[in-house]
Design a protein around this ligand. Structure first.
Ligand code: 5GP
Ligand code: MN
Length: 367
């Protein structure tokens, strides 16, 4: 399988696409507009070679982890195991609940709840986290470590790690993870590949979004060449949900509202989902995350907004654009972050308050 993958790899292993023309010096903290500098790749490889083999390694991804966060973290963790690293833990902040579609991912045995994570790791590696706020209480683990390496692909990444491998042109954090494994000399196996594939498929919307470049399909080809089953994986991750979730979706979609005059006439569609909705249908919070997908299909709206209840007057807000608005600018202005066409923030008040606030910000950030 490795033989099959090798020639494909060679065509993209040379200078990282997107890195051309940008001097390493121009890529400072917080200015992540292209691939990591060679010096940062080398520093990450050196830190892992120095601290991982005999040390405690803690892998961390963002709160409320998605397929890219979990997949890139667990895939990399399995890669470290293949290197012979014996003390590896993976964790994320907050409630220790893995969304049902991901519970069968290889490498799940690496996962521990936040309170059980090494208090004093030698090496910390962070996945898919744009800002320290997304690390919750686990941010404490970074300072005591001998090295803290951040793998990410958010343009808004603040450069909070000691070593930052941030590629804003990568479709998923797993693209960065695969490159780092390759530079460490770790070959792909089916377990690693399944994790990285789930991450890549999640963040490209099943290879549908604009960032689905030749580089993405080349990576998918390398992963599939290990023998993984894309059909089975996609059905499990994207196309399976409990009956109660389907009934919940029907209710939440029925209350959606559309204003074609919002966002400078590009249109906005929105809806919200409450804790009571979840309870009524016996569903866990993760099922809310998939609801943005049907909302964003609405032809009359460039912008889709899903307001998901977190607490009494606290809401996780998902923003999507088809291209007329930079929703990451809206999210950052509201204290969150993300990408140009997919972003989020935490809002307060009623769902109506949150929607009004988004509408007000939208006109400022038309592309
Ligand atoms: P989603 O709407 O799927 O939760 O998130 C879409 C994108 O926005 C993801 O890249 C995610 O990392 C980012 N995002 C969502 N919520 C927040 C937030 O509260 N803060 C930050 N910094 N980014 C967020
Ligand atoms: Mn991601």
């Amino acid at each position: 399988m490795t033989e099959l993958a090798a020639p494909v790899r060679a065509s993209v292993a040379a200078p990282v696409p997107g890195a051309g023309g940008v001097a390493p010096a121009a890529r400072g903290r917080g200015a992540a507009t292209s691939g990591p500098a060679e010096a940062d790749w080398s520093a990450a490889v050196a830190a892992i070679r120095e601290h991982a083999p005999a040390g405690r390694v803690l892998l961390i991804c963002h709160v409320n982890p998605d397929g890219d966060a979990l997949g890139s973290m667990l895939g990399f963790g399995l890669g470290l195991r293949r290197m012979g690293v014996s003390q590896v833990q993976a964790t994320f902040p907050g409630e220790f609940e893995v969304p049902e579609p991901f519970v069968a991912l290889p490498g799940m045995d690496l996962l521990v709840p936040e309170p059980q994570a090494y208090p004093d790791p030698d090496l910390v590696i962070v996945f898919d986290v744009a800002a320290e706020s997304r690390l919750g209480g686990l941010v404490d683990r970074l300072a005591p470590a001998k090295a803290a390496v951040v793998l990410d692909h958010h343009a808004s990444n603040t450069g909070f790690g000691g070593i930052n491998l941030v590629d804003a042109e990568a479709a998923a954090t797993s693209v960065v993870a695969e490159e780092l494994l390759s530079r460490l000399g770790v070959p792909l196996d089916a377990g690693i590949a399944e994790c990285l594939y789930v991450a890549l498929a999640t963040d490209t919307g099943s290879f549908k979004f604009d960032m689905t470049t030749p580089r993405v399909h080349e990576m998918a080809a390398r992963l599939i060449a290990t023998g993984i089953r894309p059909g089975d994986i996609s059905r499990r991750i994207f196309d399976t949900r409990p009956f109660g979730a389907m009934k919940l979706f029907a209710e939440v979609l029925a209350r959606a509202a559309l204003d074609p005059t919002a966002a400078g006439g590009h249109g906005m569609v929105w809806t919200h989902v409450t804790q009571a909705d979840l309870e009524r249908h016996g569903q866990r919070p993760y099922v809310m995350d998939a609801l943005i997908d049907p909302v964003r299909t609405v032809a009359e709206a460039d912008v889709a907004v899903l307001v998901k209840q977190l607490g009494e007057a606290e809401w996780a807000v998902s923003l999507r654009s088809k291209g007329a608005v930079d929703v990451s600018a809206v999210a950052v202005a509201m204290g969150g972050g993300g990408h140009r066409l997919a972003a989020g923030f935490t809002g307060y008040g009623t769902p109506g308050d949150v929607v009004v606030a988004v509408r007000e910000k939208l006109d400022q950030f038309l592309i």
